[in-house]
Design a protein around this ligand. Structure first.
Ligand SMILES: [Zn+2]
Length: 444
């Protein structure tokens, strides 16, 4: 953006009335006729952003890369053009505040991320980040003063393990900071590169009560909304995930000389187990999913009965009790198949992340905003991870999903329609206004 553009907007702000409408005016006005963002402007930002990190194989704006730095510079300018003063915290997250009328209240937080995966698309992250900036800018332009401060946040390195939001809730480990990011440098060095200070990470940590609520707009990254013909997804939470590594031990023996009834075939046991896991998960109602995704067979030779298989199971659901329930079922199936095939199964947990449940009130504000805007909506879980799952540790949160064409994401083919993006930002705007009117004062 040119300096001239900024000055023009600054002039427009200076011409705003000195007496701002009060909170109740804003809320009742929104209830009567919902406010709307400038969707054309928002989509124009996204179009411009598409050139940053664009390569022949997709968007490559991986955290701490040159393209990520360029994307952050672009975003900082958008915030300044919106009349805000961005700052970078010690974790490297970008924050910008729109003041409220009551300085004693904790801020409402909105935002997302702008980094991408390798060979990704332009919508995963930027839609929610720029949508949040557009919401703040619209509130300024329409001279709507909230009671709460409104903070826009751009979390750093979401795709490399929700790094910025994890630091913000005090959940980062030294091992994670030492990991080499996709850009080839450690996360620790990356934080320095984007303007953070790894020696003072504690200053970036927020605790319960510091955030009134968090609302994140994001593309769905799946095909449920498109299939159902709905415009808005009201996210009930981010599913919990459990990864097992299962080692099946049999006995490697001659494929020609060993009779069929005297074998301890680990591969046969693995095959039966894979089918059994799938059958078990499908046999019960619900949205639980489980996947046997990796198998290492040894000795992996044509004329030897496999003596050992190491496989992985990925199990996800919004309900922790269901994760426990299917864990028990998988262990029972393993015992039965082990007995039937004369093999043994050993389970090891690789990863365990608990579901992050959306706050029912915040979900309600998202839902009623969609209804007031005349948009169809449905409640749904998020199968993918998001920064919102970290913030859920310390603040009531909810997410707004908009359709992904073809259900495709983390791909150069990732696409969301301009009208859907505008709808999502409109819902975010009105959900913020609803939250401002209804979030109880002070820490909950
Ligand atoms: Zn994302």
């Amino acid at each position: 953006m040119q300096r001239r553009t900024f000055l023009r907007h600054a002039g427009a702000f200076a011409a705003m009335p000195l007496v701002m409408p009060s909170l109740s005016d804003a809320w009742s006005a929104a209830a009567a006729a919902p406010l709307r963002v400038n969707g054309a402007r928002l989509n124009e930002w996204l179009t411009k952003f598409d050139s940053i990190g664009r390569t022949p194989t997709g968007i490559n704006r991986v955290a701490y890369s040159e393209a990520d730095l360029a994307g952050r510079a672009f975003t900082l300018q958008l915030l300044r053009d919106a009349g805000l003063t961005p700052r970078i915290d010690t974790a490297g997250n970008i924050y910008a505040r729109l003041d409220g009328t009551d300085r004693t209240l904790a801020p409402i937080l909105i935002g997302s991320h702008i980094d991408s995966v390798t060979d990704g698309g332009n919508f995963d992250g930027p839609v929610g980040s720029f949508g949040a900036i557009e919401v703040a800018r619209t509130l300024r332009e329409q001279a709507v003063r909230l009671r709460h401060p409104l903070d826009v946040v751009i979390w750093q390195n979401e795709e490399g393990g929700t790094t910025g939001s994890k630091i913000a809730v005090g959940e980062i480990t030294d091992a994670e900071l030492a990991k080499v990011a996709r850009s080839g440098i450690t996360i620790r060095d990356g934080i320095g590169r984007i303007g953070g200070d790894v020696s003072r990470l504690g200053e970036a940590v927020k605790k319960k009560g510091d955030i009134a609520c968090y609302i994140e707009l994001h593309i769905e990254q799946g095909g449920l909304l498109e299939k159902a013909g709905k415009q808005i997804g009201v996210v009930q939470g981010i599913v919990g995930l459990r990864w097992f590594e299962v080692t099946i031990t049999g006995f490697a023996n001659h494929a020609g000389a060993t009779p069929m009834d005297q074998r301890q075939d680990a591969m046969l046991a693995a095959a039966k187990f894979t089918v059994a896991v799938n059958d078990a998960v499908r046999a019960e109602p619900g949205r639980q999913v489980a996947t046997v995704g990796r198998m290492v067979v040894s000795p992996n030779t044509t004329n030897v009965i496999p003596g050992q298989v190491v496989l992985t199971v990925d199990l996800r659901d919004l309900d922790q009790a269901k994760i426990e329930h299917f864990t028990e079922i998988f262990e029972r199936l393993a015992r039965e198949i082990g007995t039937a095939t004369t093999t043994t199964f050993a389970f090891k947990r690789l990863t365990d992340s608990r579901p992050a449940i959306s706050d029912p009130r915040v979900m309600q504000w998202v839902e009623s905003s969609a209804t007031a805007l005349g948009l169809s909506s449905q409640r749904m879980p998020s199968g993918a991870g998001h920064d919102a799952q970290e913030i859920a540790h310390i603040a009531p949160m909810a997410m707004i999903f908009i359709p992904s064409v073809g259900g495709i994401s983390h791909s150069p083919k990732e696409f969301s329609r301009a009208a859907d993006i505008t709808n999502g930002a409109d819902v975010l705007l009105n959900a913020v206004i609803a939250a401002d009117a209804r979030v109880p004062d002070g820490p909950s």
